[in-house]
Design a binder for this molecule. Sequence first.
Ligand code: ZN
Length: 304
Amino acid sequence: MSDPATHDEILAAAERIKANGETAPRPGRDPVNQPMINNWVEAIGDTDPRWRAGEAPPAMAQVWTMGGLHPKRDPDDPLHSMMTVLTDAGFTGVLGTNCEQEYARPLRVGEEVTVTTRLESVVGPKQTGVGEGYFVTTRNVWRVAHPDGRSEEVATMLFRVLKFVPREPAPDPGEFVLRPQQNRDTAYFWEGTQAGELRLQTCNACGALRHPPGPACPECGALDRGHVVASGRGTVFSYVVHRHPPVPGRELPILLVLIDLEEGVRMVGELVETDAEKIEIGMPVVVDFRRIDDDLTLPVWRKE
Ligand code: ZN
């Protein structure tokens, strides 16, 4: 348990930061623009013609106000201020736990977007699987200003992180596994990995393959679905090398790859037994299965 005096200081700092309310609206670097939309929809694989006709996908809201490679930090940024208080109090670990976005409407090319941030709550200390910590929740609001002076909310985001004291010694990898959600829609996939099969959902009406799994076919809308067994071969479409922050029970870096499967769908996975410096776009990879326990076998990827 943390020192009660420290706890009081943390909550007092939280109250001060909350009392400041919303930050001043920070404008995006560029107005909503077609080239950025093109890059985004290409990366996501979204071919909706609306995104070629003047509208931007609502899920891009955060894109328009990103700070670029060398962002200038707002000294009054509530999230940063609260993180500093907790880090200084010994809560040095950080894990993102929730992100909920709501969209009022798609943005349109040419619109200029601003973002504000406010601290919603700081809750703790809580005992968690990674150690004792505080949950810090902030809310971002994206707005468009109209010529008549009206300010329109176009999107909001609730963002929650856990700031924690990392447990010493670090938990054993077998003890701390991020478990995927298994439900009616995804059971076939996890039953497949246990059987040494990489399964892809298929639409029984039109035959389209899809991943990740979902209840309805994005091509034809049919609910009737089955699965096929993939070859387990693909190539690296893109990747991220996770070097920081630390992940409990894991050695860094972790290599996260987006695989183009031979069957024509993409799947996110972990590349193992490969140096971060040796990953290349287009590199052929093959699936393998890592048994965690009776309930979970994870697919992993190796260089072919
Ligand atoms: Zn279909």
